[in-house]
Every structure is written in structure tokens, then in C-alpha cells.
Design a protein around this ligand. Structure first.
Ligand SMILES: [Mn+2]
Length: 424
């Protein structure tokens, strides 16, 4: 008895001794500040130990074995039972679209736009952005799907009739590490973008977040396919998101722009920022943006010149840069009156009427190859309004992309049938 107790304590002491360095490194020892690890010094790389023997270590990005599914030909899968349904019925994929499980499905069905979720939510602010993708899948309030007619009244274009689209599912994410997740997200988005359609175009990804750390892997995935320096970004946000420091972390929702510049994936001159206001960037950051040749349009400029003048400049700039354009849309660029459901709200933003117009026009009038909608946090909005507006913004993007496909690329096209009653 005594001997076995002794043995157990020897094992325990040995285990503690083995575990001690690991706990000490992440500062989990509960012995007061004196024994906390020393601050990170120049050149030191902090390590957060991970247990690679943990059977769940890779589970979050391990695909299940599709080979065990009933045999099927590659192509999209329609998971709805009926030809049509009302908005709140059926299985909630994005816009009740069919699903694609693999890049082969996208290729076989010649999917032009793949809509996908990415539930990053580790970046601070008020957390809950991880519920964004499914909030948008459930966000249809009016109308319906299937054979229901849903043209956008301003332009009389129905993107669901004009293009092949699919719900590509969600990117894999380690919900405890943005650093670990970004590589997997980049690979996931790239998988879709790499698919080349018969007419030579690539699949256009639409990513529904998730917090704004997504901008880094989303843009990086496009750069992987289109090449460094060939992708410009128009970034709607009340914050500039080019923060350099965050407790030693290299990426969070306020840093993706800095990372893209730091890694040489997008030079500053290929960034256009719209909607900045509030307190971030500060004076020093504005100077940094000027040094890096950012083009920016703050709400102060909107106050001074009016929204329409700013829109015309921003669209002109979007067409004066690299061949391919990515739209990064942080919902907090819109006024919190329309988007209470976001992690870092800031008063004095765009109206939905202003935001929908520029998104639709950019997608019609410039060569948009990808779009992300981020920072929707349905947890802090007990109404449906934030999810409904998020849904509408994605629809505007889809409408604009369909307009471009149809050749409706003239400046601020509106349908002659609907912009007036024809009596003038
Ligand atoms: Mn942002």
C-alpha cells in the first residue's frame, strides 16, 4: 500500500515537473505576479504549447470521408424538397442555394459564385461574430426562393436567374486560435478560387464572417491565384484595421491590412478605404497611411462633399489600379441604427441606401473577383434587422456581379422601367 502510494507520488511529481515549463510559458502558475514569466524581449518568440497528441488536434479541419457517401456524380446538390418556398421555409443554405461540398462540385456545375461562411470570433470587440454565417443563412424575411421571381427592382436583374451559385459550406476554424485558423481559411478560399470555369473565369468567392481577421486569409487566397500586386482592395469600415500591435499577436480583427502590407501581398497604394470615423486611425496612423499611399474617404469628407461625389471618386479609383478587385465590407461602416448587431459600433455611419448603392455599382462597374461581409454579430441584436441588412448587402453584390456578366456596366445603371413612371 505504502509502496504503491510512493509510486503514484513519484509519477505525479515527474508529470508536474514535465508540465511545469509549459504552464510557466503561458503564465498559468497561480503564484502572484512575481513568478509570472518575464516580458518578451526583442527577438524572443513566445510559444503557446499545443498538445499534438490530442486526438482532436486536427479534427476541426479534417474532412470527413466523402467516399463513404452514397455514390454520386460531382455537381451541386439541391437540398430543398420543393420547387419553391417562402423565405423562412426549407433548409437554410445561403439564399436556399444548392450546396457544393468539393471544388469538383463547383467545376462540374460551372458555379460562378460560391458563397461560404467563416466564423472567426477571437478578436475582441463584443464576441458573437461566429454566429454571422448562419444568421445570414436564416436571414430571408420577405419573398421566397426556387421559381419565385426576385429581380432587384432598381435594375430589374435577378442574380439567381442570371448566374450559377452555390453554398460552399464553412471554412475550417480553430475557435481558440486565429493564428492557426488563418492558414486553413486561406487554403479553403483558394480551393474555390482556383476552380477555372470553361470560359476562363475563376470562381468568385463571397465570404460571410466572422470577424475582420478574415480579410487577411481571404485576400491572400486571391493573391495566391491572381498574383502579388494584381489584387486591389476597397475596404468599407469605420476603422482602418492596420493596427500593428495586439499583445504580441500578429493577427486580429484590427490588423489584417497591416499584415497584407507587411507581407507584400497588397501595397498601400492598392487600398481604398471608405467610411472611416470615430477615433481609429489616430493622427499618427493617418500619417502612416499617407506614407503608404493609401487612398481614403472618411466620413468627414462625406460631410464636406456629400456621398455622391465620394462614390464617384471611389469607383474611379477602384478602376485605376490592379486588374482584380476585392471588396471587404465591415458592417460597422453602416450606421449602428441599421446595424446594431456588430462588435465595435460607431455612430455617424452610412445609411443602407448609401451602402447598397455603392456595393451594387462597384460590382457592376469594376472587376470584382471576391467579396466579404464581416463583423455581423447577431448576438447583440435581438431583432432581425442586422441579419436582414447583411442579407441585402450580399444580394447587392450578387446583383452587381450579374449586371457585369450581362454587360450592364454603364455608369450608375438603373432600370428605365423603375427609375421613373415614364411620363416625363
Ligand atoms: Mn473592420
Amino acid at each position: 500500500m505504502l509502496r504503491s502510494l510512493f509510486r503514484i507520488s513519484v509519477v505525479l511529481v515527474t508529470l508536474c515537473a514535465l508540465a511545469l515549463p509549459a504552464f510557466a510559458q503561458i503564465g498559468l502558475l497561480d503564484e502572484g505576479l512575481e513568478s509570472a514569466p518575464a516580458p518578451i524581449r526583442k527577438g524572443e518568440k513566445p510559444v503557446i504549447p499545443l498538445d499534438t497528441e490530442d486526438p482532436t488536434y486536427n479534427l476541426w479541419h479534417t474532412l470527413r470521408d466523402f467516399g463513404k457517401d452514397p455514390k454520386r456524380e460531382p455537381g451541386v446538390i439541391n437540398v430543398q424538397k420543393y420547387n419553391m418556398g417562402f423565405s423562412w421555409m426549407g433548409i437554410p443554405t445561403f439564399f436556399h442555394l444548392p450546396i457544393a461540398l468539393t471544388p469538383e462540385d463547383l467545376k462540374a456545375s460551372q458555379v460562378e459564385v460560391a458563397i461560404m461562411g467563416a466564423y472567426t470570433d477571437m478578436s475582441g470587440g463584443m464576441r458573437g461574430a461566429q454566429f454571422g454565417p448562419n444568421a445570414v443563412r436564416n436571414s430571408e424575411v420577405y419573398g421566397g426562393w426556387g421559381i419565385v421571381k426576385t429581380p432587384h427592382m432598381h435594375v430589374m436583374v435577378d442574380p439567381f436567374k442570371e448566374m450559377v451559385m452555390a453554398d460552399f459550406g464553412d471554412a475550417p476554424i480553430d475557435i481558440m486560435s486565429t493564428e492557426r485558423s488563418v492558414h486553413a481559411i486561406r487554403a479553403f478560399v483558394r480551393q474555390a478560387v482556383e476552380v477555372k470555369l470553361d470560359d476562363g473565369r475563376h470562381v468568385i468567392p463571397i465570404i460571410v464572417g466572422g470577424d475582420h481577421s478574415l480579410m487577411y486569409p481571404d485576400v491572400a487566397a486571391l493573391v495566391d491565384v491572381y498574383g502579388k500586386g494584381n489584387v486591389g482592395v476597397i475596404h468599407f469600415d469605420c476603422h482602418y484595421d492596420a493596427g500593428k500591435y495586439a499583445f504580441g499577436h500578429l493577427i486580429n480583427h484590427g490588423m489584417p491590412v497591416y499584415r497584407l502590407i507587411e507581407e507584400g501581398l497588397v501595397p498601400g497604394k492598392n487600398f481604398i478605404q471608405v467610411g472611416l470615423r470615430g477615433y481609429y486611425p489616430d493622427e499618427e496612423s493617418f500619417k502612416w497611411m499617407r506614407e503608404n499611399e493609401f487612398r481614403y474617404h472618411t466620413m468627414a469628407e462625406v460631410e464636406d462633399r456629400g456621398w455622391k461625389a465620394v462614390v464617384e471618386d471611389a469607383i474611379k479609383e477602384a478602376n485605376d489600379g490592379p486588374k482584380y478587385l476585392f471588396i471587404s465590407f465591415d458592417v460597422d461602416v453602416v450606421d449602428p441604427g441599421f446595424f446594431p448587431g456588430t462588435g465595435t459600433p460607431e455612430p455617424g455611419g452610412l445609411t443602407m441606401r448609401e451602402a447598397t448603392m455603392i456595393v451594387r455599382r462597384l460590382c457592376a462597374e469594376s472587376n470584382v473577383v471576391g467579396f466579404e461581409l464581416v463583423e455581423l454579430n447577431p448576438l447583440v441584436d435581438p431583432t432581425y434587422v442586422s441579419a436582414m441588412n447583411a442579407n441585402r448587402l450580399v444580394r447587392e453584390a450578387l446583383t452587381g456581379i450579374a449586371m457585369r456578366k450581362m454587360g450592364l456596366t454603364e455608369k450608375h445603371y438603373l432600370s428605365p422601367l423603375t427609375k421613373d413612371d415614364g411620363r416625363k
